[in-house]
Ligand binder design. Structure first.
Ligand SMILES: [Zn+2]
Length: 674
């Protein structure tokens, strides 16, 4: 035995225990300690050693298993056919190798292989067994051969049919992924934070935690979703399926949700184009994905290719680069929000995450910092998903050296007022209200914002100046501003002062729901403001509504009802509103200001950046006229709206013959009567 062999043997054993521990933390504790990318790297290292020296591959090697141990608490269930996981490719050269291997094995030379392509959902794999068309059993992947039976919990997932259409085969096994939609994840974490409960690190962990609830009533409140992608075992008629595409279409006929992005692509170019396209629409999707799955489309070819050890040889997962990175936490500062909420913010050593440099990240609240055991000076994992604010996920405990504890200040850094944490709340608040400079500035900023009174040209810097100079002490003062006075501010010319005053003046004419939203009542967002308007129709009726009246509004619960009542019970607030009305703020009857539905039933896709609109504004313009904005180009799209630097959507639209309009054509489209 030479030295190299001994070193590799030791390394293999070390890798096995590292990976086994990481598996346990990931699958059983739902508390990963390795980054996905780190795990993948170690896993590859181990495979490489085992391929070179097969005798070093032991039975307990994680390369011999697909997933995790079984939890004690759920009954275990053997899978009819194993639930395998896929091999990964992390770059173009690896995907090229896969394509070449496939062509070589099928002995088709340079001919292009047809692949069925679909996004790789970032959730939990589940197998559903239907007997005589009725859902009888649902199981997690487990170790691939034996999973956990989670039938009761799965029944709570609304996108899973409990009964299949008539004339389906006696026994059908559907494979797919349970995920949590991004909006459901955000709402869940918001509720968890308000209740002082655990915040989930990402939608996948939230989905896993929700599915493993022993009480299925809790699972039912978590709003899980399901995407089907496989039909593994069918008692009869299996001859009628010739391709992966047939399977996808059949799943749809059975009533399952499948990915709207999926389709058949040809050859290596097709693989790469589809990968780029999905990467470009990724942040617009309602759910998290971490790559693209390609399967050889023809089932006969799939059978020819077969399996190698743990994975099918006819399929591969092409993964996106990681969106988690490690960096140092330099300090924790606190920010004061509109309602006085104190949010700890991490100041980070700048780090690139998913192509964007991140210097700040949210830490939610003090309980979260304590629960995650994050200390100042730690190396931390920073995660960025889509457009959301980057988040500190966890500290790297093995890299901890000199660190110090974060302590919540007793007084507000902005106004010196007391900071308190009320019973049953998880956030600390500065209780100085409008006496607090920061809360005043934030409430004015909110009042001016686009979805509120929509006053152009007033940014955060200007508001700071206005508050500092005492020109504006509350949003009522905005309507008392004169251009001459405004132009005395530093860096403020006469012309921009005039423009701003005009914008303020224009904002007087608004809608009731915008007005309600702009007041910044705690817990009243844009949607709630719309519901209130629909229900009460006039301000006069809303302002006298009791808590009992308020809870009869759809989607309004006792907490929100109390916030609204408390707001209007404060005479200062009622006075401010009276002043606004006296200064000419007015709203018409909501129904008469509604735009006519000139774009009804039209589907739009947006690409690039726009000169005259933000993306949200383009969306608003379309939706207010009855149109719909969707994420990806398909044949069902009526218009692709082109901004500057359009992405890969343009090419796809051209291929499919979808009509494209540039920004000026789009404006004309909005202005046209029919
Ligand atoms: Zn304060």
């Amino acid at each position: 035995m030479n030295d190299e062999y001994l070193i590799l043997r030791k390394r293999a054993s070390e890798l096995r225990s590292l990976l086994n521990r990481a598996n346990r933390e990931y699958y059983i504790l739902d508390e990963p300690t390795l980054l996905d990318s780190e795990y993948d790297q170690l896993f590859r290292d181990l495979i490489k050693i085992e391929q070179e020296y097969p005798e070093l591959c032991t039975e307990d090697s994680p390369t011999q298993r697909v997933g995790s141990d079984i939890l004690e608490s759920f009954p275990s269930v053997a899978h009819t056919s194993p639930m395998r996981s896929l091999s990964n490719a992390i770059d173009a050269s690896e995907i090229k190798q896969f394509d070449k291997r496939t062509r070589d094995s099928l002995k088709i030379g340079e001919a292009e292989v047809a692949y069925f392509a679909e996004p790789k959902f970032d959730g939990l794999a589940i197998s559903l067994r239907y007997v005589d068309g009725v859902l009888m059993q649902a199981a997690t992947r487990g170790d691939g051969n034996t999973g956990e039976q989670v039938t009761e919990n799965i029944r709570t997932v609304r996108t899973i049919p409990l009964v299949l259409p008539q004339n389906t085969p006696n026994i059908v096994e559907v494979r797919g992924e349970v995920v949590m939609m991004k909006r459901d994840f955000d709402n869940l974490n918001k509720r968890q934070a308000e209740a002082g409960e655990k915040i989930f690190a990402n939608p996948r962990n939230a989905a896993a935690g929700s599915l493993r609830q022993l009480d299925s009533k809790i699972t039912a409140t978590r709003k899980l979703s399901f995407f089907a992608y496989g039909l593994e075992y069918v008692s009869e008629l299996s001859e009628s399926f010739r391709s992966q595409l047939d399977i996808a279409n059949t799943l749809k006929e059975y009533g399952f949700t499948t990915s709207s992005l999926s389709g058949v692509v040809k050859g290596l170019d097709g693989i790469q184009d589809f990968f780029d396209h999905v990467g470009a629409v990724r942040s617009d999707l309602d759910y998290e994905i971490d790559g693209v799955v390609y399967k050889v489309n023809t089932l006969e070819d799939q059978r020819k290719l077969g399996y190698v050890a743990r994975a099918p040889r006819y399929a591969i997962a092409y993964k996106f680069p990681p969106q988690e990175e490690v960096t140092q936490l330099l300090d924790i500062e606190v920010q004061v929000g509109r309602t006085g909420a104190i949010t700890p913010v991490a100041r980070l050593e700048p780090v690139r995450v998913g192509g964007v440099v991140v210097t700040n990240a949210t830490l939610h609240n003090q309980d979260e910092i304590a629960r995650k055991e994050i200390k100042i000076g730690d190396y931390v994992v920073v995660r960025r998903a889509g457009d959301v604010i980057p988040e500190v996920v966890r500290p790297m405990l093995d890299r901890r050296e000199s660190v110090r504890e974060f302590t919540m200040p007793n007084s507000c850094p902005e106004c010196g007022g007391d900071i308190v944490k009320e019973l049953g709340e998880s956030v600390h608040r500065c209780i100085a209200g409008m006496k607090c400079r920061a809360q005043r500035a934030q409430s004015i900023w909110h009042f001016c914002s686009r979805k509120a009174m929509n006053i152009d040209g007033i940014g955060e810097k200007l508001i700071d100046q206005l508050v500092e100079s005492k020109f504006v002490e509350s949003f009522v003062d905005l309507y008392r501003l004169e251009a001459e006075k405004l132009s005395t501010l530093e860096r403020m010319g006469k012309k921009s002062a005039n423009n701003i005053c005009e914008a303020i003046s224009r904002s007087r004419e608004t809608t009731l729901s915008r007005f309600i939203y702009s007041l910044g009542i705690r817990n009243v967002g844009e949607q709630t403001a719309k519901e209130l308007t629909k229900y009460f129709e006039t301000y006069e009726r809303l302002v006298v509504a009791s808590e009992e009246d308020l809870v009869s509004v759809p989607d309004i619960g006792p907490i929100v009802a109390r916030s609204i009542r408390e707001y209007f019970d404060d005479p200062d607030h009622v006075d401010a509103i009276k002043n606004l009305i006296e200064m000419g703020v007015t709203w018409g009857n909501e129904r008469t200001v509604q735009k006519s539905k000139t774009l009804a039933e039209k589907n739009f896709v947006l690409t690039g950046t726009f000169k005259n609109f933000s993306r949200d504004e383009v969306r608003d313009e379309i939706e207010s006229r009855g149109g719909k904005v969707i994420g990806a180009v398909s044949k069902n799209v009526d218009y692709l709206v082109l901004g500057e630097k359009p992405g890969s959507k343009l090419r796809k639209a051209t291929d499919l013959g979808v009509k494209t309009v540039d920004e000026s054509m789009f404006i004309r489209l909005l202005e046209s009567e029919n």
